[in-house]
Ligand binder design. Structure first.
Ligand code: ZN
Length: 463
């Protein structure tokens, strides 16, 4: 029996992570992510399942980001009923992320139907029921514990240091020509990120490595610098009586920013102005963080000194729409953090519409802004800006802090490969656009990897 590996997603692109491993008599998917990007293209990619989910034996999930976990409900909808393995924190994050994704699918379908565009491509990809069905199948597997999928196929998670619960997957296959070790990096994080631990790659000889390459051609600003600059921004805007508006991803970025503000507050480096976290999904995700202190980074002062790292006198978490609307008439300086991270949807749109016309205010970007998003347009200085169909003059200042990225940059990726140690016999580069993927291939060659391949979508290899 041979071992077969097929790349059904995140090959030549960043989203839609899905790799099929056939070995030891089992068919196992590594991740089941949603493709994101231009609507029509990603819609088709997501609907076209490359294999029958009911013939799949198990899914091993790296982390809870939607581009890695967002097709789990689709798998369940089409008959998958095997175990879905994830770390306990990822399991709990999926419990809030996937119903939210299903809600968006249902709303999108309603919207298209109202516009008379009903048809097979406008049916929701999956529903709330499918998302809840995922939860029944998830098996929580802590880091560094061997989990058997089959007698001759087992795996172990190590901390990927990317978001809460994120993992690299260390797979051991025993059949035919002897043992084979396959490592799937998942998304690789950064050293010194707030709250979570540093990446801890599997080490030793690796037969097959599947590695991400998102930022293989980029250098990030240092993490420490990000917190210092956040403090500067808050002090400046508070002094002129303005508001800081922060569009932020509900999972990860909101918690990191709140944590940084908490640290700044405790050191007396920001004035005492109210901080509002106005995102139902963000509030729910923060609740999951509170449930999993066991995976926090114990080297960080704030983590070891206090129990409640997300709660301090200045911060208020907002769930209800009425409380969110009350912020429209808020007087005086404040910080408002809301999703979505690229200002494409969600409550941040209302806050931008209300506050972008005041020169005392400031829009602060702390995450990646993709092309063709409102966030990117504001970041690039658009004036006026179109929000909810209205052209609004932009008077607010715009600042970007790039140091909060949750992905390793080129130095971080190289350091991760070195920590694996090796030798690494063969590597497949995934989860990157063409330029970064080629740069990652070059890094792997420089680090002495035997054979390096950048697979195409749908390409299959006998290992
Ligand atoms: Zn991720």
């Amino acid at each position: 029996m041979s071992i077969q590996l097929t790349f059904h997603g995140a090959a030549g692109r960043v989203t839609g992570s899905l790799h099929l491993l056939e070995a030891a008599g089992a068919r196992v998917a590594l991740d089941a992510g949603l493709s994101q990007g231009p609507r029509a293209e990603s819609n088709e990619l997501n609907r076209a399942l490359p294999f029958a989910p009911r013939r799949l034996d198990a899914i091993i999930l790296s982390h809870a980001h939607i581009d890695h976990a967002g097709r789990l409900p689709l798998m369940v909808r089409h008959g998958f009923h095997g175990p879905i393995y994830s770390t306990p924190a990822t399991r709990d994050l999926c419990a809030v992320m996937l119903p939210d994704a299903a809600h968006i699918q249902e709303k999108d379908a309603e919207f298209l139907a109202r516009r008379g565009k009903a048809g097979p491509l406008s049916e929701p990809l999956y529903t709330m029921r499918d998302a809840l069905g995922v939860q029944d199948l998830i098996v929580g597997v802590p880091y560094r514990r061997i989990q058997y999928v089959r007698k001759n196929l087992s795996f172990e998670y190590t901390d990927a240091g990317h978001i809460l619960g994120s993992a690299s997957v260390d797979v051991r296959i025993n059949e035919g020509q002897g043992p084979h070790r396959l490592v799937f990096s998942g998304d690789i994080g950064r050293t010194d990120l707030p709250i979570i631990r540093d990446p801890d790659p599997p080490s030793g000889v690796v037969d097959t490595l599947i590695i991400e390459s998102t930022y293989a051609d980029t250098d990030h600003q240092p993490v420490d610098d990000a917190e210092r600059r956040l403090g500067e921004v808050v002090r400046t805007v508070a002094a002129r009586g303005g508001k800081v508006l922060i569009p932020a991803f509900a999972l990860g970025r909101i918690q990191e920013v709140v944590y940084s503000l908490h640290a700044l507050f405790r050191r007396g480096e920001i004035p005492q102005i109210p901080i509002y976290v106005d995102s139902p999904l963000g509030v729910n995700a923060t609740e999951v963080f509170r449930m999993h202190p066991e995976v926090f980074d114990r080297r960080e002062q704030l983590v070891t000194q206090i129990d409640k790292i997300f709660d301090f006198p200045l911060v208020r978490y907002i769930h209800d729409v009425s409380d969110s609307k009350a912020l429209n008439t808020l007087a005086g300086p404040a910080i408002i953090i809301a999703a979505s991270g690229m200002a494409e949807s969600g409550r941040i749109l209302h806050h931008l519409a209300n506050h972008i016309g005041d020169h005392r205010n400031l829009v602060l970007f702390v995450g990646f802004q993709a092309e063709n998003t409102l966030g990117r347009r504001i970041q690039e200085g658009a004036d006026p800006v179109k929000i909810f169909g209205d052209l609004l003059p932009r008077r607010a200042e715009v600042v970007t802090i790039s140091g909060y990225s949750a992905h390793a940059d080129r130095g971080g990726l190289r350091a991760w490969v070195r920590k694996v140690g090796g030798p690494i016999r063969r590597a497949f580069v995934v989860h990157g656009e063409a330029g970064p993927a080629l740069r990652m291939a070059q890094i792997l060659q420089e680090e002495g990897v035997g054979e390096v391949i950048v697979p195409k979508h749908g390409e299959s290899f006998a290992l």
